[in-house]
Each structure stands twice: as C-alpha cells, then as structure tokens.
Write a protein that binds this ligand. Structure first.
Ligand SMILES: Nc1ncnc2c1ncn2[C@@H]1O[C@H](COP(=O)(O)OP(=O)(O)OP(=O)(O)O)[C@@H](O)[C@H]1O
Length: 607
C-alpha cells in the first residue's frame, strides 16, 4: 500500500472569506460576470454607444441589423444598440435607489425590533405587515400619477414597499444573536447599546442582508420594467421597459425589436437571482457535506496510516476480555477529517473493550478524541468525519462493517446513549411523555398505552417523584437535573446491553452530578449493562468506574483498573490529569480516597 503522510492531530481551521468561497462556485462566478458586464455597460454607455439614443432617423425605422446599426432600428427610427446601452443605466440606477431604500429602512428597523423587542418590535412588525399587504403595482401607479411620473420617487416608493423583506431577515437574525452569551457579556462589561448594535448586531446581519439585496435588485428591475412597459416614466429617457413596449406593438412584423431588451432584462434578472442564491447557499450552509469520493479518499488514507510507523500512528490501547465476553470491543479505530492539507486524524488507532456489568471510563483533556471515539461506536460522527477500524463488536457481534441503517437499528435497542447537554437534546416542541413513548412505539413496536406505561415506569425508576406531571410537561418546564434523568430514562427504556454516556454530568450542578452518577451506577448494576462513560474529570472516574482508558491527542496513553491507575499511574500524563482533578475538586472524597493506598475499595487491582 502506498504510504500517505497524515498530519497528526487536527489541522487548524482556516477561515475562508465569503468572497473567496463565492469564487469557487462556477454558476455564481458566471452570474457575477454577466452582472459586471451590465454594470460596465451602464457606466460606459456614453463612450460605447455608437449613436445618440434619442436621435431620430426615419430611414432607420424598423431597420434590420446592419449598415452600422448592429441591432437595427426601433419604430421611431432610433438606434436599438445605443438605446439598449443607455437603458442599462436607467435600469441599474432605479434598482440602486430601491435597494438603498430597503437597506436604510429595513435593516436598522429589523435590528432594533429584534434587539429591543417589546413595543419597538410590535410597532415595527405592524408597519412591516401593513406594507406587505399593500398591492405594489397599484400604489406605484397612484404615486406615478401624483408625482408627474418622477422616476426617483417611484423607485424610493418601491424600496419602501419591498423593505419588509430586509426587515424580516434583519429582525430574525437579531433575535437569535441578542440571546447569545457574548452579547450579555458585552452588556455586563459596560459596552453601550449603540456600540453593541453597531459592532455585534450589524455584523451578524450583513451576510443575509447582502443576499436579500441581490434578490431585491432583481425584483426591482422586473417591476421597474413593468411600469415602463405600461408607459410610466419619462419618454425621453431610454429604458428597457419602454423598448419592450415599442417592440410589443410590432411584435409580429418586427420581432427583433422586442427580442433585444427582453434578452437584456432576462439576463440581468437571472444573473441577480443566481448571485443571490449562491450567496444564500454560502451563508446558510456552513458545513460542506463530503462527497462519496472525498469519504473514500479519507478512508483509504486512514487505512494506509498504520503501515507508516507503528510507533507514531499504530494502534494504542489494549483489550482485557475475549470478544465473546465483551459488551463492547473497539480495535484500532481511526477517525479522520479531510482538510486542504490532507487528512486530519483526530483518533489514531484506539483499542479498548468493556465487559457486561463493567463501568469503563474514557478520560482525557478537551480535544483528546473521547467524543469522536464514542461517536464512531454509535456511528454518529458529524458530517465530514470518517471512521475506519479493524473491528467494532457490540455484544460479541461485529457491527463496524454493517450498513448505516443496520448500525442505526442498534441505537435504542442494543445501545443506549446519554448525551452531554440535557436541555438541547430534548425537543422543546413536544411533551416529555411523547418524546419517551415515541421511540418505544417505533423501535420496540409497543402500543400507545404500553409505551406510555413503560415511559412512566422508567421515569419512576430514575427517581422522578411526580411522573404524571413530567410526562405532560415540556422541556422548559423541568430542571436540568430532571431533564438528564429523563434522558437516562429514555436511554435505558429499551433495556440496552451497552449504555454510552458522554459527559453526562458536565452541565449539572455538583449535588445533582452526584445523584446522576449514582443513578447511572444503580441502573447499570440492575440491568447488568456495560457502561462506557466519557469524562474529563477523574472525580467521576473515582466515583463510578471499574476501569479507565486515558486518552491524549487521539491516542490511548494508558488503560487499567481505576485503583491501579490512581495509585501507580504509568504515564506522566495520567499523573498530571489526576493531579489537576485533585486541585479542581479538593473536597471530593472519592478522589482522595482512591488515591490513598488505604482507600482501595477492597477489591484488588487484578487486571
Ligand atoms: N466536525 C469536526 N471537524 C474537524 N475536526 C473535528 C470535528 N469535531 C471534532 N474535531 C476535532 O477532533 C478532536 C477531538 O474532538 P473530541 O470532540 O473527540 O474531543 P473530546 O476529547 O471529546 O473533547 P471535549 O470534551 O472538549 O469534547 C478535536 O481536536 C476537534 O478539533
């Protein structure tokens, strides 16, 4: 196999600017090129136009292309090419006025409504709704009649009528951003409201506003042409809408007169629509989903890695049980992400196992690869992540080579999962009862009544005092500790043989942490499950684990029984981690106890 160099550890993420990402989209680049040509034509029209656009030459009336007039002449005998070039000026000038009006009115109003809420939001939203219910064309015709067809006033009016688009986008973005902790932090540290609005809020809305502006420009150009087609606007100013009106009169006998302005209008509106949708794609999709080819490349490179150097990237960790005796066995697991510089390998040949009835802790500092390891076991790696392993066994059966569908079928049946953040893992739109009963019905085929009863029973089992109230409650109506109990109830409701818990206590306060750990231990004993618990805290390991796998930089640095690891850590990194946990949790009795030889829990460290 060819040796492929792998950068060890995750490569730093390079921020690529919106402009550079845009230039990688061929359709977007083509649209931008077309629009740039229209802009250049509009600016350079006086130099490019071969004739005065209003010069009448009756011999040119309905003339076909040729004789120094590449596009021929219109009904009144004017050069079509010259009028088309000058028409681009009118079109873009009108679109510019409309877009500026939308941005100036819609964006500050939307940001203020989202940020301040209350009366400001109600009034601004009411005005926006009212403007949206107004028939645009009729209002424009009335304004045209009332202002002597003043083009600029018409375009400003159109901007006012289209401003709700910008308002809604800015408001929605501001509503999300103003709840972010960094905005609270800015407020608390005394940053003025004006500065928060200017630096944080406006920066957050600029990308969607650019997208909306591109789309609005297309709409404005279309409506403007419609008005000119109806005869609104100065007859002495060349415009594409007017030219279309002229061509429409003689469409059957001289179709070319209608064709040229239609092409110009169609191309410009299409270019703006493609620019808008390319930008929308770029600002809304942050994660690039890997193609099948990219995935295959990562897989090939990961598979090639062990042959490079066993010392630097070979398997790490060890097994202590036979495959048939293990609830979980992972052999030489590698996880990689494709980056511009090659594959970034975030888990590098990790091996470990856990027996039924055993509690295995996977411990390590932040970024050591714990979550990536267990997500590979669950087949829940984020988009872009690829895992390869010599084998993953659950309950003695090899599952690593099964299809994604078969892997998914293990979740909720053979494998239960308790996540880190209880609140974000419960859907705020559904009652707890529904969220617990639904998987039992879908996965285990229970009837509605049976699923509800099973959900109630597990809630009682995880220590919820008033299960009937909790079944009817929505996530925001229960505490974080209760939410974690609910998730534990959901994870064990299907009676799995393996329970995986990812930092299950990190988001909870200290007293609730101890209760949740105790509950996990009890359930694990009662159901005879293997419990694999991911944590960065040796206190948690001391509390409930039998064995521990210590990870650093995507590799296993040490594996062993908890008592041995605490008393005689072999790797200096393990000793460092234990020391840090002791410093952080000076009053945690279990940790002090585990570290003192006298405190060994009776059992000898036999493995
Ligand atoms: N989607 C991703 N794309 C690229 N790299 C990633 C991705 N997710 C995680 N990583 C990288 O994988 C490495 C291991 O991450 P992992 O989440 O497993 O760490 P961890 O040990 O669980 O730490 P923590 O407790 O902070 O989550 C990290 O350095 C991270 O940068």
């Amino acid at each position: 196999m060819t040796a492929v160099p792998l950068p060890v550890g995750p490569a730093p993420v390079k921020r690529v600017s919106l402009g550079r990402r845009y230039l990688r989209r061929p359709l977007g680049v083509a649209a931008l090129a077309v629009f740039a040509i229209v802009v250049a034509v509009a600016v350079l029209a006086p130099w490019l136009a071969p004739f005065d656009p209003d010069h009448l030459d009756f011999a040119l009336s309905h003339a076909t292309p040729g004789n120094g007039h590449p596009l021929g002449g219109d009904s009144a005998g004017r050069d079509i090419l010259s009028r088309l070039l000058y028409g681009a000026r009118t079109t873009l000038y009108g679109a510019l006025i409309t877009c500026l009006t939308c941005v100036v009115l819609g964006v500050p109003a939307g940001v203020a409504a989202g940020y301040f809420g209350g009366v400001t939001d109600r009034i601004a939203s009411w005005i926006s709704d009212a403007l949206q219910s107004v028939p645009v064309m009729i209002v424009l015709l009335v304004v045209a009649a009332g202002t002597g067809q003043n083009f600029a006033v018409l375009m400003v009016t159109l901007g006012v009528l289209l401003a709700p688009g910008h308002y809604r986008i800015a408001r929605a973005r501001a509503l999300t951003v103003c709840r972010e902790p960094y905005i609270d932090a800015a407020r608390v540290s005394g940053v003025t409201t004006l500065r928060i609005l200017r630096t944080h809020m406006l920066r957050a809305v600029y990308a969607p506003v650019i997208v909306q502006t591109a789309l609005t420009a297309g709409i404005a150009i279309g409506l403007q042409a419609g008005l000119q087609f109806l005869g609104v606007g100065s007859a002495s100013t060349p415009s594409w809408g007017q030219m279309m009106n002229d061509g429409f009169q003689t469409m059957l006998s001289y179709p070319l007169i209608l064709l040229w302005p239609s092409i110009a209008l169609g191309l410009t509106i299409a270019a703006l629509a493609f620019i808008g949708s390319t930008l929308a794609d770029l600002v809304s999709v942050r994660v690039e989903l890997p193609t099948a080819r990219r995935r295959a490349r990562v897989r090939r490179e990961l598979a090639a890695a062990p042959e490079l150097s066993r010392e630097s990237s070979g398997p790490s960790g060890a097994h202590v049980h036979e495959v048939a005796d293990s609830a979980l066995r992972v052999e030489n697991l590698r996880v990689g992400y494709a980056t511009r510089d090659g594959v970034s390998e975030v888990v590098q040949g990790v091996s470990f196992d856990a027996a039924p009835g055993e509690v295995l802790g996977i411990v390590g500092e932040s970024g050591s690869g714990k979550t990536q390891t267990i997500f590979s076991v669950l087949d829940l790696l984020p988009a872009g992540g690829t895992a390869v392993a010599d084998g993953i066994w659950v309950g003695g059966e090899e599952v690593g080579r099964r299809s994604p569908k078969e892997r998914a079928a293990l979740l909720g049946r053979a494998i239960g999962y308790v996540p880190q953040e209880p609140m974000t893992n419960l859907d705020p739109c559904y009652a707890i009862g529904h969220q617990l009963a639904e998987p039992l019905r879908r996965v285990h085929g229970l009837s509605k009544a049976e699923a509800r009863q099973r959900a109630r029973d597990v809630l009682v089992r995880v220590g919820i005092q008033d299960p009937d109230r909790v079944l009817k409650a929505y996530p925001h109506q229960i505490s974080g500790g209760m939410a974690q109990r609910v998730l534990i109830a959901g994870a064990v409701a299907g009676r799995p043989s393996l329970l995986v818990a990812d930092e299950p206590t990190t988001a909870l306060d200290v007293t609730v942490q101890a209760e949740v750990l105790e509950l996990l231990r009890e359930l694990q004993r009662e159901y005879g499950m293997a419990l694999v618990i991911v944590t960065h805290d040796f206190g948690v390991v001391a509390d409930i684990c039998d064995r521990v796998v210590v990870m650093k930089d995507g590799r296993v640095v040490e594996t062993g029984p908890v008592e041995r690891i605490f008393q005689r850590p072999e790797a200096p990194y393990t000793a460092e981690l234990i020391g840090a946990s002791l410093d952080d949790a000076a009053c945690r009795d279990e940790l002090d106890e585990a570290c003192s030889p006298a405190g060994v829990r009776g059992e000898e460290a036999t493995r």
